[in-house]
Design a protein around this ligand. Structure first.
Ligand code: NAD
Ligand code: G6P
Ligand code: MN
Length: 441
């Protein structure tokens, strides 16, 4: 079997150990020849890179592995897959994305609302550079991107590189939800055939077929309404994630047609969610005290001890496995079904062609072959159109350096609504993001 050359960008991410473990467990189905990890932060990359050496020595000695902060070493002509998971500005800026809006009385969240806007405006710049760095060396490599906000990154990359058919933006949340349904029903998520529509972090499952062709959605709806909803890996989750999943019950009660993505809580109940968020201690603080601390301490310990024995570093294996099974389906033209982000072009027939939608597709060597969704009902169409306009205006605000488009974007966002508030938040975010954003005029 062909062996693949993989580059991980953002190799110092908290999610990297899970990805590396996934590479070990999938080496028969997705064999890797050379793996390079690249990051701009040497210390983060070194800690994870030294962990990787110990892990591979034990489980994958045949892999040709290295890590670097040098672009020349990282970007090579024979790369097959680039896995991207960078965070421009790091957790320091994520904290501002959350706290600045919260202190002004609106939702502050990594990917939704004004926090997602601020993060998007930072990510676009580095993601455009990344695509250019890869394409300077090879037109053939698949760029599989996790970098958030994937919705906005997808819209911007589509506008800037419209002809590039080998950039695929993905999100692990539909996969997390499928696994959670699987745990509720005592079934394996790979045995589900899901129907899903929407935008990234803004979508709904409409059907979930089993292998006998039964639609399990009615049963799931009933189970959730009777007993609530938890993530598949709830034993390992922080309280804020448990609260987020619990909100699915409320959403299903109020809008019982479909099963919602958890991120819809910010748009459907901004007032209620806002009351639960603490501007003094946000998700960033929780991650830094939790996942980030555990991952970096554990990786350092493994490197020091020279063995992964007693290490428990993987946080949520769905994340690492998902990008690998996506790559596998492309590499081997398997045509497996995955929910991914792609240009609408009629998939959802009553939405604009240029929207970057998230839907079920068959993933092949020729990329995602989407399953048609057809027309969606008025409520969902209205919600998505508003959100898509926000995403598009955000990308255009970046590309054109336009203050008025930025203001329009934030005014359209359901987490804000008031133009006065939008302006106040925008001005504060501009001040905080001077180093990262283009000048908005
Ligand atoms: P993290 O800060 O721990 O890791 C990001 C790494 O990227 C850091 O080590 C940082 O130094 C590095 N980096 C920053 N800018 C870079 C650049 N220009 N080039 C190369 N490396 C760069 O963050 P994390 O919480 O582990 O998340 C990593 C990324 O994955 C984030 O964008 C996050 O939002 C995203 N993510 C997406 C999904 C999804 O569903 N799409 C799921 C989980 C995480
Ligand atoms: C889910 C989403 C990702 C997001 C992550 C945030 O997996 O799909 O897009 O980045 O959650 O997790 P965190 O634990 O960093 O808040
Ligand atoms: Mn996501």
């Amino acid at each position: 079997m062909k062996k693949y050359n993989v580059l991980v960008v953002g190799g110092g991410s908290t999610w990297t150990p899970g990805l590396l473990k996934g590479m070990c467990s999938r080496k028969e189905t997705f064999p890797i020849n050379r793996l390079v990890m690249y990051d701009i932060d040497y210390d983060r990359q070194q800690t994870i890179g030294e962990f990787a050496k110990v892990l591979f020595n034990e489980e994958y000695p045949e892999i040709d592995f290295s890590y670097t902060t040098d672009k020349e070493e990282a970007f090579q002509e024979d790369i097959d897959f680039v896995f991207v998971q960078m965070r421009t500005g790091g957790y320091a800026m994520r904290e501002k994305d959350e706290k600045i809006p919260l202190n002004l009385g609106v939702i502050g969240q990594e990917t939704c609302g004004p926090g997602g806007f601020a993060y998007g405006m930072r990510s676009i710049r580095d993601m455009v550079e990344l695509v250019k760095d890869v394409r300077n060396k090879t037109k053939d490599a698949w760029i599989l991107n996790y970098t958030n906000p994937a919705a906005i990154v997808a819209v911007a990359l589509q506008q800037i590189f419209p002809e590039d058919k080998r950039i695929l933006n993905i999100c692990d949340q539909p996969e997390n939800l499928l696994r959670s349904y699987g745990r509720l029903l005592d079934m394996n998520e790979r045995d589900f055939d899901p129907v899903y529509f929407g935008l990234n972090h803004f979508g709904w499952f409409t059907h979930l077929y089993d292998q006998e062709g039964n639609d399990l959605l009615p049963k799931l709806r009933k189970t959730i309404l009777e007993g609530g909803f938890r993530p598949a890996d709830y034993e390992q989750r922080d309280q804020s994630w448990l609260d987020t999943y619990a909100m699915v019950e409320q959403m299903v009660q109020d809008f019982p047609d479909y099963l919602p993505n958890t991120y819809l809580q910010y748009y459907l109940y901004p007032d209620k969610v806002l009351n639960k968020l603490d501007p003094e201690f946000t998700r960033t603080n929780e991650v830094q005290a939790g996942r980030e601390k555990r991952v970096f301490e554990d990786c350092a310990r493994v490197a020091e001890a020279g063995t992964t024995k007693d290490s428990n570093v993987v946080e949520n294996d769905a994340h690492g496995e998902f990008i690998l099974i996506v790559a596998e389906s492309i590499a081997h033209n398997k045509g497996n079904n995955f929910v991914v982000i792609l240009k609408n072009d009629g998939i959802i027939s009553n939405l604009p062609d240029d929207a970057m939608v998230e839907v079920a597709t068959s993933l092949t060597a020729n990329g995602p072959r989407p399953y048609a969704v057809g027309e969606i009902p008025t409520f969902y169409k209205g919600m998505i159109e508003g959100q898509y306009a926000y995403e598009k205006l955000t990308a255009e605000a970046f590309i054109e350096g336009s203050y008025s488009k930025a203001l329009q974007a934030l005014t359209l966002n359901r987490t804000i609504v008031s133009a006065t508030k939008a302006k106040e938040v925008l001005d504060a975010l501009i001040e905080a993001n001077k180093e990262y954003w283009p000048e908005l005029r």
